[in-house]
Design a protein. Structure first.
Length: 318
């Protein structure tokens, strides 16, 4: 396949109650929907992560490590999702109603973030990943139909620490694709401050290390901007909550996910969660991380498992 695949640990944000947005089927769902979960690169140790001068926390940005243990934990929830009858393509969570409209977590989407999918960056190269483009357009349409008030964006290029979940502080942020020679593609977002405050309080109550401390980079990362490029075509006014991953256990990630759900319900927010990430990064010699034979094989195995909703198969990955 020419599609760019990704796999991001969004399931930690979801309740296991709900309904799938696409039925189980033999054909992989990525042809009409993105089914992606986070980068996995083994061989780096958490202790090598640079330590933040203010907080003393070890950063995960810039070097991919700690993912293996995190991924193994994520599989536990995938098993629960399968047992609950979920397919893994898209997830519509159980939510409360207010005035006849569903509130809380409405749906969650797993999407990749290759910069070349943005035409101003790809300059024609995006045609090589046409399946992914179509899937992204479908995701944008579905999110638009849901009319979310808040979008929770989880990106591996957001500020990350080994022992802390960073939630972007402030009123909002700006970003552009200048790093990819397309500075004319610009984004400006408004943060959902009450949501962030509620989430931080819930995290504290549940003794989860999460909050707005340690912001090293305020500008939007491409893991956030690429999904928004498609979302903004179909969604009008909304507020954003940006959250980074961490090197903490899956149990902690799942716990924070439950806090996200509770915050959305407590505030009566129509909320959509987006998990942004790519998979092996090892598909091409001229790619950012080069080529390794295990890369394509690994990606194929993951997509086969996800395409058949055979989540138990993920436990066979090392």
């Amino acid at each position: 396949m020419e599609s760019v695949y990704g796999f991001m640990p969004i399931p930690f944000c979801l309740s296991v109650k709900g309904e799938t947005s696409c039925a189980k089927k033999a054909a992989p769902c990525y042809n009409g929907f993105t089914v992606f979960i986070g980068p996995l690169c083994a061989g780096n140790e958490m202790c090598r992560a640079p330590q933040h001068p203010e907080t003393g926390r070890r950063s995960l940005n810039g070097s991919l490590h700690g993912w293996r243990d995190l991924f193994k934990e994520i599989l536990g929830l995938l098993r629960k999702l399968k047992n609950a009858g979920l397919s893994g393509c898209g997830f519509h969570a159980a939510s409360k109603r207010k005035g006849g409209r569903k509130m809380g977590i409405l749906a969650a989407f797993m999407v990749p973030h290759p910069p070349i999918i943005v035409p101003e960056v790809g300059k024609g190269e995006e045609k090589k990943i046409a399946d992914t483009v179509r899937a992204y357009q479908e995701v944008g349409k579905r999110i638009g139909e849901l009319e979310p008030e808040t979008i929770v964006m989880i990106s591996p290029h957001q500020v990350m620490y080994a022992d802390y979940f960073h939630i972007s502080p402030g009123e909002g942020a700006y970003g552009d694709m200048g790093r990819f020679h397309a500075g004319n593609v610009k984004f400006r977002v408004t943060y959902d401050v009450p949501f962030v405050e509620k989430l931080c309080r819930l995290a504290a109550i549940n003794r989860l290390p999460a909050g707005t401390l340690g912001e090293r980079e305020k500008a939007l990362d491409h893991g956030t901007m690429v999904p928004l490029y498609f979302v903004d075509r179909y969604v009008g006014e909304y507020r954003l909550v940006r959250i980074g991953l961490s090197g903490l256990s899956f149990g902690k990630h799942y716990g924070l996910g439950q806090c996200i759900r509770k915050a959305a319900e407590a505030l009566g927010r129509r909320t959509v969660v987006i998990g942004s990430g790519d998979l092996s990064h090892r598909l091409k010699e001229d790619g950012p991380y080069g080529y390794r034979a295990e890369g394509p094989a690994y990606d194929k195995r993951v997509m086969e498992v996800m395409g058949h909703a055979a989540f138990d198969g993920l436990f066979g990955f090392s």
